[in-house]
Design a protein around this ligand. Structure first.
Ligand SMILES: NC(=O)c1ccc[n+]([C@@H]2O[C@H](COP(=O)([O-])OP(=O)(O)OC[C@H]3O[C@@H](n4cnc5c(N)ncnc54)[C@H](OP(=O)(O)O)[C@@H]3O)[C@@H](O)[C@H]2O)c1
Length: 398
């Protein structure tokens, strides 16, 4: 069983260990070259793998000193071997370490739906993230979502443990009501490590995966109730809490134009935030916000995309009514929305100023504005955001 698992956490190890694993893989006992695994940018192995911070009071703490000469490369074999019959890496391809690109972190998505795919598209589209450093799971092989992920070239699996074991950043991209159940799964996995660990294996402190929730309405406190873990390998043990970030991306991440609001949990230190910021900022700006604002931001940012699309569609319909072909109407309407947004964001011009500067006395625009005001459009938008905020509060897992 061990031979199937040799590369499972390979990317979490240092360069010398990577070399060691590579040698192992070419030994007669190694799995065939086609045995799946993800690509490992050299930077991941040498510079960027998050380390447990022993100086931070909130970091995972090494409570027993590591073995003087730990066989780090053996660790993933041992751990994975204890987790069930199916070789966990059976959906992945092994490739030689990549030397040119990559931000240095492996990212895994539990859930392969709309939000996960948007993030993967954005990250891959940036050219900074290699498909081979991304993994995503879904409930079944026949999932359309999983097929779309596969088409993007990333590794896919129906075993969440594969995602967990192979990731520096684990994104919870399932529905909000599933988040706490998945966290229980993750906790149980760590207990499994502990009960089945064997001596002379890696130091666990070399791996401190970051949990990133993208689920609306699920609080950090609720997630953190399920982040306490304890595991040991050989002479080395770790106990403490996994770091958590609660985030709110939008599906505009797919075109690298989606803003992501985020807040960090109390066990998340500066070093833990770095991989999140590095990866998510490839999809658009990231904004550190107090958690108390996240429900309203869910409405104005996530749902706001849909609200803006409705306005855009309404304007396009008006243009069609005026005799313009649909495709042309959509193009000009979309540009109007985008241009207004860019003036606000890039020049700091307020929406009222934009309106005033377009409305010449007795001109066309003020006639249109009068219709919008008569229909209560502004109030309708305010009501929409407020209603969505209230709904976000109602949807919190009980
Ligand atoms: N969509 C948005 O605009 C948006 C914006 C911000 C935040 N979010 C948040 O993102 C999260 C996901 O939303 P979504 O729109 O992407 O949902 P979605 O399209 O329905 O995708 C959900 C995914 O989760 C998978 N899944 C379900 N149970 C699972 C399990 N036990 N283990 C692993 N995977 C499992 C599903 O697998 P199958 O494919 O097999 O069904 C599916 O791939 C939600 O919490 C939502 O609040 C969404």
């Amino acid at each position: 069983m061990r031979k199937y698992c040799a590369g499972a956490i390979q990317r979490h190890l240092h360069a010398d260990v990577t070399k060691h694993v590579k040698n192992k893989m070419s030994s007669p006992a190694a799995p065939p070259k086609t045995t799946p695994s993800r690509q490992t940018p050299t930077t991941a192995a040498t510079t960027s793998t998050p380390q447990a911070s022993t100086s931070s009071s909130i970091a995972l703490q090494t409570i027993v000193a590591p073995s003087p000469s730990p066989r780090r490369a053996s660790a993933p074999q041992t751990v994975l071997a204890g987790l069930g019959g199916t070789p966990p890496s059976s959906k992945r391809r092994r490739t030689e370490p990549v030397t040119k690109t990559g931000v240095g972190y492996n990212i895994g998505f539990i859930g392969s739906g709309n939000m996960a795919r948007a993030l993967v598209e954005g990250m891959l589209g940036s050219g900074q993230v290699l498909a081979g450093t991304v993994m995503a799971s879904a409930t079944r092989e026949s999932s359309e979502n999983l097929k779309k992920m596969k088409a993007l070239g990333v590794s896919t699996t129906t075993h969440n443990r594969d995602v967990i074991l192979n990731s520096d950043v684990i994104v919870l991209a399932i529905k909000p009501h599933q988040v706490l159940g998945i966290m229980t799964e993750i906790q149980a996995m760590f207990s499994d490590f502990q009960s089945r660990a064997q001596p002379h294996t890696s130091s666990p402190k070399s791996w401190r995966p970051l949990i990133v929730s993208v689920a609306s309405s699920v609080s950090i406190a609720d997630i953190e109730e399920k982040t306490e873990i304890s595991w040991s390998m050989g002479a080395s043990s770790v106990s403490g809490h996994l770091p958590v970030i609660r985030s709110l991306p939008t599906i505009a991440s797919s075109v690298r134009a989606g803003i992501t609001a985020y807040c960090r949990g109390k066990f998340c230190n500066e070093a833990d935030v770095k991989p999140f910021v590095t990866l998510f900022s490839l999809c658009g700006p990231v904004e550190d916000v107090p958690e108390k604002y996240l429900d309203a931001i869910t409405s104005v940012s996530g749902s706001g995309l849909a609200f803006a699309a409705v306005g855009l569609e309404g304007m396009a319909d008006g243009a069609v009514l005026s005799g313009i072909p649909r495709h042309m109407a959509l193009k000009f309407s979309a540009h109007a929305v985008m241009s207004a947004a860019r003036l606000v964001l890039e020049k700091g011009i307020g929406p009222a100023n934009i309106k005033d500067s377009v409305c010449s006395p007795g001109g066309t625009t003020i006639y249109g504005i009068q219709k919008l005001e008569a229909k209560g459009t502004r109030g309708a938008y305010m009501d929409a955001v407020l209603a969505a905020t209230e709904r976000a509060k109602q949807l919190k897992p009980k």
